[in-house]
Design a protein around this ligand. Structure first.
Ligand code: TYM
Length: 320
């Protein structure tokens, strides 16, 4: 099966990115034909400093490799190394009704948060559709916030197919319910724009500091607590194994458990989970030529596939 997904280099990756998406990338690279990329064209809608964008792009590529993407198994590349993407985006844009983009929540959210209402932000879902359709993807592992973009991708592909004849495969989203929306420190979705993130590669001290900021209620230590409605427990459950989860839930209900203790354990679990990746990351940062080599090989492989699909689309609509 062809798997594809992308991640924006708009800052350091957080544990919502990891649990909601990257962990699935890693699992799906086994036994599938997987393509994963750093979406730097998309990041241009928010990062307006060339040096910073270059650095973030390198950082995210490095992070993905350190976390376990294996260039021997998956094609790992940078979006802008495949300029075919932007040509396909134009072909798709010509069959996309304005009203489909006007209803997109991510655009409305970002404008509500104060980002200027630029055309790139508005047309963002079409570029994403191009990313996906350009590789004949079957399955797209993402978090819940990308679901609408996947629906638009399918709608645009269908519209193009209906207009010009069968050209694109219709992709399916792959969203795991238990990690579809990883909560942040304040209980809302973990997101850079809410300043409620824990970064994957924060050092253990910083992780501890951030975990201490997780919002809890004012139930006294001795009182029984409900793990099901506690944001701290939700995060804890994402890192603890089944046995520890069950024991912690029992202790919540029994009373006599302070949130401070849970936070301490959660911080340790997070640091532990990424300890090996942190070491691999340090080795990669010390060897940027290795990362560059992966980037170039990925670009070459991705372009090979992209050129075939783009040509199919060009022929279909009469510009080929
Ligand atoms: P981005 O860069 O915002 O996020 C990358 C991935 O992380 C997931 N994610 C989360 N999942 C669960 N809980 C959270 N709190 C959380 N925060 C982020 C996102 O759902 C995403 O899967 N538009 C995309 C990038 C993109 C793309 C694509 C994705 C560009 N082209 C083609 C798939 C296919 C984005 O901004 O993701």
């Amino acid at each position: 099966m062809r798997i594809l997904s992308g991640i924006q280099p708009s800052g350091p990756l957080h544990i919502g990115n990891y649990l909601g998406a990257i962990r699935q990338y890693i699992a799906l690279q086994q036994g599938n034909d997987a393509y994963y990329f750093v979406a730097n064209y998309h990041a241009l809608t928010s990062v307006r400093d060339a040096a910073r964008l270059r650095q973030y792009t390198f950082d995210v590529l490095t992070d993905l490799l350190a976390l376990g993407l294996d260039p021997e198994r998956a094609c790992v590349f940078v979006q802008s190394d495949v300029p075919e993407t932007t040509e396909l985006a134009w072909l798709l844009t010509t069959v996309t009704p304005m009203s489909w983009l006007e209803k997109c929540v991510s655009y409305k959210d970002k404008v509500a948060q104060g980002l200027p209402a630029e055309h790139g932000l508005f047309a963002y879902p079409i570029l994403q559709a191009a990313d996906i359709l350009l590789y004949d993807a079957d399955l797209v592992p993402v978090g819940q916030d990308q679901k609408q973009h996947l629906e638009i991708t399918r709608d645009v592909a269908e519209r193009f197919n209906n207009t010009y004849g069968p050209t694109f495969k219709l992709p399916e989203p792959h969203i795991l319910p238990q990690v579809a929306v990883v909560p942040g420190l304040d209980g809302r979705k973990m997101s850079k724009s809410y300043d409620n993130t824990i970064e994957i590669f924060d050092d253990p001290k910083t992780i501890e500091k951030k975990v201490r900021r997780i919002v809890t209620d004012s139930t006294p230590v001795e009182a029984p607590k409900n793990p099901d409605t506690d944001n701290l427990y939700q995060l804890f459950a994402l890192f603890a194994d089944e046995e520890e989860r069950a024991e912690m839930a029992r202790r919540y209900r029994a009373g006599g458990l302070g949130y401070g203790e849970v936070k301490k354990r959660l911080a340790a679990l997070i640091a532990e989970r990424f300890a090996e990746a942190r070491e691999r990351r340090a080795a990669l940062v010390a060897d940027p030529a290795r990362v560059e080599q992966v980037r170039q090989a990925g670009a070459e492989r991705a372009r090979k596939t992209a050129r075939i699909v783009l040509e199919r689309a060009r022929q279909a609509c009469g510009v080929g």
